[in-house]
Design a protein around this ligand. Structure first.
Ligand SMILES: [Zn+2]
Ligand SMILES: [Zn+2]
Length: 393
């Protein structure tokens, strides 16, 4: 089969690989019909997350048709499914608490040492996202093996297009959980850093959860325009002093909740970020946390901080004093995708959530390297890239 593989920083290629096979009775093999490039894939592309090996297949946002099933899979050949990026057993201590991204069994034991050393506990498993999360082949390919296929994949009803439901694999539940972690109360002002795909879904979700005022912060005009379309007020951080603007828009109090949907590759020419950029070039695994620092300082006293943006390593210049003295509550985490898919599928069907607005480019799998490059370099125009291994219709 053909698959998009990582060969080093800013070097991804489409190569030929052996087709995946069933190796566990709970597995299924999916023929991929649609797969997206994620903002977090750009962290891999840029080489700022450790743990990839040359030839690893990337991709954790995908869907397709079931073509083979193990004896204990609950799926049937011919079904269309969206697959959560989190690989979760459904039975362990964490899965029983619906903390699927913390699953103890998704990440094979022999792969757990590095992440246990970094984080104190081994990470859960995920598709196409380094050997820290299990070294699983990803879904930017013609076929993929899906472990625990009796737990994760959600069957898509006939009549729904791939483009409507593909984002159930990651970014829609991630935006939703980000808003949920912000513990929004009716009447709240919620500020969202990053008008990327996750930020835009966080905006939609915050509105559904009753936020009165949503303010989105970015520097790409096209992305800000999308946030505006969903009712957010916008701040371009290249033109406006963010904290002063937020104070003005909240009567001098500050936002009730802040969401950092930017993560470890924040932009901006502030002293903290210039230092972070240098450090990250020297040491993979160092984070650039400018957006998060700004969010912590802007949040009102007693407010809530939600961090869906990906961080992988160590961050310094952390405003711990602001967190403590202002009494901020912080929630974060990789998304517990399986917890949200059924509810969000229903909301898409009912027209409550719009998903297709996001897709700016549809490419064949062979064009994936171009997709990575442009998604990274032209963020104003390339908002979300969907690859179609069967060809672009
Ligand atoms: Zn993703
Ligand atoms: Zn589990």
């Amino acid at each position: 089969m053909r698959a998009l593989t990582w060969h080093g920083t800013n070097d991804v290629r489409v190569d030929t690989h052996p087709d995946p096979e069933i190796i566990n009775p709970r597995d299924a093999i999916i023929k991929i019909t649609s797969t997206a490039i994620c903002g977090s894939d750009l962290h891999l592309y840029d080489g700022v997350i450790p743990g990839l090996k040359s030839g690893d297949i990337l991709g954790h946002e995908f869907m397709g048709e079931v073509v083979e099933t193990g004896t204990r899979s609950t799926l049937q050949k011919g079904q269309r499914v969206v697959v959560p990026f989190t690989i979760s057993c459904g039975q362990c201590f964490h899965c029983r608490k619906q903390q699927f991204s913390a699953c103890d069994n998704g990440n094979p034991v022999e792969k757990q040492d590095a992440s246990e050393m970094l984080y104190g506990h081994p990470m859960g498993g995920a598709f196409g996202y380094t050997h820290l999360t299990g070294g699983y082949a990803g879904g930017q390919a013609e076929y993929v093996r899906v472990p625990f296929s009796d737990v994760g994949p959600i069957v898509i009803p006939d009549g729904m297009e791939d483009d409507e439901v593909l984002f159930l694999s990651d970014i829609l539940p991630t935006g939703w959980m980000a808003a949920e972690n912000a513990q929004i109360e009716p009447g709240d002002t919620v500020a969202v850093w990053g008008a990327g795909p996750v930020g835009l879904f966080a905006v939609q979700s915050a509105k559904l959860m009753g936020a009165e005022q949503i303010i989105c912060i970015d520097h790409h005009p096209n992305r800000l325009a999308l946030a505006q379309k969903f009712g957010a007020k916008i701040i371009n951080f290249e033109e406006t002093h963010v904290r002063e603007a937020l104070m003005e828009m909240t009567g001098g109090i500050g936002p009730d909740a802040v969401i950092d949907a930017v993560g470890m590759e924040a932009h901006g020419f502030s002293p903290d970020n210039v230092l972070d950029v240098i450090k990250q070039k020297i040491a993979p695994g160092a984070d650039r946390g400018h957006a998060l620092r700004q969010a912590l300082l802007a949040c009102r006293k007693g407010g809530r901080v939600s961090v869906p943006g990906v961080y992988g390593g160590m961050l310094d210049k952390w405003p711990l004093g602001a967190m403590m003295e202002k009494g901020l509550q912080i929630r974060s985490g990789q998304t517990h995708v399986q917890k949200y898919t059924a509810d969000l599928l229903a909301r898409i069907q009912e027209g409550e959530i719009d998903t297709t607005f996001l897709i700016s480019h549809r490419l064949s799998l062979e064009d994936a390297p171009t997709g990575y490059k442009n998604f990274r370099d032209q963020q104003n125009e390339w908002i979300k890239v969907v690859l179609k291994p069967g060809g672009v219709a």
